[in-house]
Design a protein around this ligand. Structure first.
Ligand SMILES: *Cc1c(COP(=O)(O)O)cnc(C)c1O
Length: 427
């Protein structure tokens, strides 16, 4: 059930009218539902339990880059989640939020020596390594610290996730991962380095996938590789199938997490029974969008209405710097009025104040609006605030977490003077 619902003509999140949040904290403001975050996390955790896996045997490593607010990380950590990070900064966030670094996996193509040392000092679960030079650098950093780094290789299974080209990552032409045909040779290199311990295989083929067929196809390839490694005496602790399950922005119907995981565990169980005497293998998942995407909205206020001969514009106080997805991917977000008006609907482009024609949030929406109205930009919990910038010297939005009939400010609005406080003028 969505926790963003109309009661009469007023839009609520859980038991709080969105208008009350705007009155208390101004706009633009991101608003997240704790109940929704919890349910979405549990859809993964419960499916793992339903297939006989405890937390040691199947671990959800929430993808921090999708929404990295400390309150969100703290909530998910308390529910048992691990974390998938892509920078040292994200690791420090996880720790600041009370997350367990031993449940952290470190992804990304460009890890620096400093980031590796930081992660090793916190004894993270695993590095997802994406190239041979990265293996050598990690081995070197670990040697300098007298440690062994647990690694899995991010392989590129070359399956088409049938999603937007900017968010597909598992095809040959992407910068991510190690080409499938090079994987075995790369594993041999990893196994030969004394300060690395090969523990897994990782892949992540793309984002906003509506169908699990490409994920299961990738899993089959990963299983094939695991058996090749097994034959060479390289034993694995885990397989990591990445994130990528999509959400409903408009009328998409993504596969249910429970159905996807049922098919996935069925394949794993069959494979382990046939080839490995039923010996279990740990499964890792890296979901981001499917946990936070529909748990958040961006609340904004209409500043001006411009009614023209060919087009009507609603200029709102949120912009591309707050929510990049429309400008960057031509992404579609639902727009809901916070108070429905009975009449006067027109077709509007909803645009922000930033000086770019690409600064639009929604196009050609039928809305009944007056200046000063509040709008909720739906499904904005993932890749919203984390991709926000200060372009046009705009302070980033505030963030609020709702829990039942209470709400808390979890990030205050940035003041303009803070935006240039780090700058200086040479004498
Ligand atoms: C971004 C990312 C994810 C999360 O993807 P979603 O589509 O949000 O689930 C998982 N793993 C890696 C390596 C990523 O880069």
């Amino acid at each position: 059930m969505s926790h963003f619902q109309f009661r009469g003509d007023a839009l609520y999140v859980e038991n709080v009218p969105l208008a009350a949040i705007a009155a208390a904290h101004g706009t633009p403001v991101y608003v997240y539902s704790r109940a929704s975050l919890t349910e979405n996390y549990r859809s993964y955790a419960d499916a793992c339990r339903a297939h006989g896996r405890n937390e040691q045997q199947a671990l959800v490593c929430y993808s921090v880059k999708s929404n990295s607010n400390l309150a969100v990380l703290n909530l998910l950590g308390k529910l048992g989640s691990g974390f998938d990070i892509v920078s040292g900064g994200e690791l420090l966030r996880v720790i600041a939020a009370g997350g367990d670094p031993r449940k952290v996996i470190f992804s990304g193509v460009g890890k620096s020596r400093e980031e590796m040392a930081l992660a090793l000092s916190h004894d993270i679960l695993c590095f997802n390594v994406e190239s041979i030079p990265e293996l050598h650098r990690l081995n070197d950093v670990a040697a300098g610290m007298g440690k062994r780094a647990r690694v899995s290789l991010r392989v590129n299974p070359d399956v088409d996730p049938k999603t937007h080209p900017y968010i597909s990552t598992g095809l040959k032409e992407n910068k991510f991962g190690i080409a499938f045909e090079d994987a075995l040779a790369t594993y041999r290199v990893a196994a030969s380095l004394p300060h690395l311990e090969v523990t897994g295989i990782d892949c992540h083929i793309g984002s906003q996938l509506l169908d699990d067929a490409p994920l299961l196809e990738a899993l089959d390839k990963v299983i094939l590789l695991a058996d090749q490694l097994h034959a060479e005496g390289i034993a694995l602790h885990h397989l990591d199938i990445g994130g990528g399950i999509g959400i409903t922005y408009d009328d998409e119907q993504p596969v249910a997490v429970a159905d996807y995981l049922a098919r996935l565990f069925a394949r794993i169980d069959r494979w382990r029974a046939e080839k490995h005497d039923g010996k279990p293998i740990v499964m890792l998942f890296e979901p981001g969008r499917s946990i936070v995407g529909n748990a958040g909205v961006l609340l904004t206020e209409v500043q001006y209405l411009k009614h023209g001969a060919t087009k009507n514009f609603a200029v709102v106080d949120a912009a591309m710097n707050d929510l990049m997805r429309p400008a960057m991917y031509e992404a579609w977000h639902g727009i809901q009025p916070v108070h429905r008006r009975p009449a006067g609907a027109r077709v509007y482009d909803v645009v922000g104040p930033v000086c770019e024609s690409g600064d639009w949030l929604a196009r050609e929406r039928t809305l009944s609006l007056e200046q000063g109205d509040l709008l909720a930009i739906m499904s904005a919990g993932a890749y919203g605030m984390t991709m926000a910038s200060n372009y046009n010297t705009r302070g980033r939005a505030a963030e609020v977490l709702v829990d039942g009939d209470r709400f808390s400010l979890i990030r205050r609005r940035e003041a303009p003077a803070e935006l240039f406080a780090l700058e200086s003028i040479p004498d």
